[in-house]
Design a protein around this ligand. Structure first.
Ligand SMILES: Nc1ncnc2c1ncn2[C@@H]1O[C@H](COP(=O)(O)OP(=O)(O)OP(=O)(O)O)[C@@H](O)[C@H]1O
Length: 272
């Protein structure tokens, strides 16, 4: 066998291990965006909390190799890695969910990842195959931003994704980048559950008037253009911004409505 064939075989074997390891997960959701910083991780954490509050056993997979913020946002500090057989157990969080992140395997949380492409995608695939995913009702994956190798690897490696949730702001640049992201997911023939517009508006604490800092209805525009469900908007919220560690303590009415739609989508078997 030449080198290329050996590599193909190793990938196929890993695909089998991933499928086996993930086969017991009831539902898999991938949260993604064409643009960085639009609130993908925040939405992932809030959604995980809503599912947990409603009795689901939830795990969040932080697939962002460069900015693994999820453990901090889910208030996991000094995680203790344990094994079941040779599979790594997800780490419990204070709200009752669990989390798995590349950050747990870095020498320190301040260590930058300077790996090249294949090493990064290899790390993502290894997490998928080497984690103990037993007993999880809903896996929510925080996919790295953009349409590059890493988000693509997540979409191609996770079998039977129930649906992708696309996060955008109303801003033109975000909408434009998200269009590329939607096209990528469509090309892979993975269902898109719907669009969330984050940072939709700021409500003036004095007069209650809504200020649309990033313009209006970018999320609805995308939903109409691609014939997708608009899952809802989330306003700017004081409690959510700044210190990422504070995100977990915060409940948002917009998020409850979004959760209801996402839960209905899963119960209906992936039909909008
Ligand atoms: N609705 C909101 N109101 C106020 N601040 C928000 C809101 N959503 C997100 N933020 C803040 O915006 C910043 C970026 O959010 P977040 O990290 O969730 O984005 P991201 O899309 O996951 O970023 P990255 O591309 O780095 O992964 C954070 O400081 C977060 O607290």
């Amino acid at each position: 066998m030449n080198n290329e064939d050996a590599q193909k075989l190793a990938i196929m074997e890993q695909d089998v291990r991933i499928s086996r390891a993930m086969s017991t997960i009831k539902h898999k959701i991938v949260v993604m965006s064409g643009k960085g910083g639009v609130g993908k991780s925040t939405v992932t954490v809030k959604l995980a909390e809503e599912f947990t509050r409603n009795g689901y056993r939830v795990c969040v997979l932080d697939a962002d190799v460069h900015g693994p913020d999820i453990p901090k946002m889910m208030r996991v500090r000094e995680p203790e890695i344990t094994l079941t057989g040779n599979l790594i157990n997800p780490i419990p969080t204070p709200v009752g969910a669990t989390v798995m992140s590349i950050e747990f395997f870095l020498p320190s949380e301040d260590t930058p990842v300077i790996w090249r492409g294949p090493k990064k995608t290899g790390a993502i695939r290894q997490l998928l195959s080497d984690v103990n995913w037993e007993g999880i009702d809903v896996l929510i994956v925080d996919n790295p931003p953009g349409t590059g190798d890493e988000p693509l690897t997540v979409l191609q490696s996770i079998p039977a994704i129930d649906g992708v949730i696309i996060v955008t702001t109303a801003q033109e640049v975000s909408v434009h980048d998200v269009e590329k992201c939607i096209n990528m997911v469509n090309q892979l023939k993975i269902p898109i559950m719907g669009i969330i517009e984050n940072m939709s508006y700021l409500q003036c604490p004095e007069c209650g008037k809504r200020i649309f800092l990033f313009g209006k209805d970018g999320g609805k525009y995308l939903a109409n253009k691609f014939d997708l469900q608009f899952l809802g908007g989330i306003p700017f919220e004081k409690g959510i911004s700044g210190d990422k560690s504070s995100a977990s303590s915060y409940i948002n009415t917009g998020m409850v409505k979004i959760f209801n739609k996402v839960e209905k989508y899963l119960k209906d078997g992936g039909v909008n």
